[in-house]
Design a protein around this ligand. Structure first.
Ligand code: NAG
Length: 377
């Protein structure tokens, strides 16, 4: 979208909000996006990241906070950016509408319209976690952020959502049997009711990598990597799956359907494959990470739906832009990055205009075809 058009539209927003209900606001209009995590002390500056993303023609970006240096660097880029209310702030946002209003003013409104913020996620992977109070606070925080955005006449520009991990499900095999876990459903149900009311999709973090690690004896590695395999047949739906990524998305659709929200769209907020791991994470190799990310990129470029929802194109944000050396946990956690700290790519996943050579920094590459706009991923 051209900035000038965007700006005019922005001025008209108060009028539009007055006449139409805030439905179909989209935080993600492509199919291939990326998560820009920054828990690292060796990654390039946000300004350099902008150059990299332009060269790779990636315009859908999620961040895990609303860092002002990042928001400044994204000024005038035309990216579609999603910012996040970090988990630590969710209880405050829930407790008081003024807190939510102040947060939105300081972290979103202050940067509009030059920085194209199109979505706010409230917390990450809160449901199914150990903090009951935080789970209880999530809906209130979502509502307060939504109300603040509405009062500021931005409801038709900015989508409100939250991202879940797969622990909210009981099981996902076969996909049609998937349901929400009883323990988190008391929080999940009102949240789904609210999101369905405001037209927001269901964001889920999907990791065939982790599924494989949890059951290597029964899962074919090729099935998780989009490589040749026999696939699985879902006896209930008679649908066939040749990769786990799509099966996991359809499992989320099945759980939503069973809960009475069959019309809600599913968007993948994170997916990826680690290129290094601990001894018990032997499939975390550069080769497998490359295969997963390469095949995933090709799959998303098809703009196709899943077996259960053939008309809803699969959209996913890749995890992640960089390896993050300050993340805790197993070695794999620090090795999900597509790009090296110097800006060169870790392995070739077919980005245009980028070489995988470790010695050539992509940061010095001229941004090709920028004037012609983005390739629709
Ligand atoms: C997995 O896929 C590769 C091609 O990438 C193929 O050579 C191999 O035979 C497959 N393995 C299985 C067990 O299907």
């Amino acid at each position: 979208m051209k900035i000038s058009i965007l700006f005019d539209w922005f001025l008209l927003l108060p009028l539009i909000v007055f006449f139409v209900a805030p439905r179909n606001v989209q935080g993600f209009t492509g199919t291939y996006g990326i998560n820009y995590g920054r828990l690292a002390n060796n990654i390039p500056s946000p300004e350099k990241v902008v150059v990299m993303l332009k060269a790779a023609k990636i315009r859908n970006v999620r961040i895990y906070d609303a860092d002002h240096n990042v928001l400044k660097a994204f000024k005038g880029t035309g990216f579609e950016l999603v910012v996040n209310v970090p988990n630590e702030l969710v209880k405050d946002m829930s407790a008081n509408g003024d807190n939510a209003m102040n947060w939105v003013k300081e972290n979103v409104v202050a940067f509009l319209p030059d920085t194209p913020i199109r979505g706010i996620t409230v917390g990450n992977e809160i449901l199914g976690g150990s903090d009951q109070e935080l789970q209880g606070a999530l809906l209130g925080a979502v509502k307060n952020i939504y109300n603040a955005v509405g009062q500021l006449h931005l409801a038709n520009l900015i989508q409100i959502s939250t991202a879940h991990s797969q622990v909210v499900f009981v099981n996902s095999f076969p996909p049609s049997s998937c349901v929400f876990k009883e323990s988190s459903f008391q929080y999940m149900k009102p949240l789904l009711q609210f999101f369905s009311h405001i037209g927001s999709p269901f964001y889920i973090n999907v990791y065939p990598f982790l599924a494989y690690l949890s059951d290597p004896e029964n899962i074919n590695l090729n099935y998780t990597l989009f490589e040749p395999n026999l696939g699985i047949h879902d006896a209930n739906t008679k649908l066939y799956y040749d990769n786990m990524f799509e099966a996991q998305i359809d499992a989320a659709y099945a759980a939503l359907d069973a809960a009475g929200f069959g019309k809600m769209a599913v968007i993948v907020s994170e997916t990826g494959w680690a290129s290094r791991g601990d001894e018990n994470e032997a499939v975390a190799t550069a080769q497998n990470a490359r295969t997963y990310n390469y095949n995933l990129r090709k799959r998303l470029a098809l703009h196709k739906g899943t077996p259960l929802r053939p008309k809803i194109p699969v959209r996913a944000y890749i995890f992640a832009l960089f390896n993050e050396n300050l993340k805790p946990g197993p070695t794999s956690e620090r090795n999900f990055g597509l790009f090296k700290p110097d800006g060169s790519i870790s392995y070739n996943v077919g980005f245009p205009a980028l070489k995988s050579s470790a010695s050539t920094s992509s940061l010095s590459l001229k941004v090709q075809s920028w004037d012609r706009g983005f390739i629709q991923h």
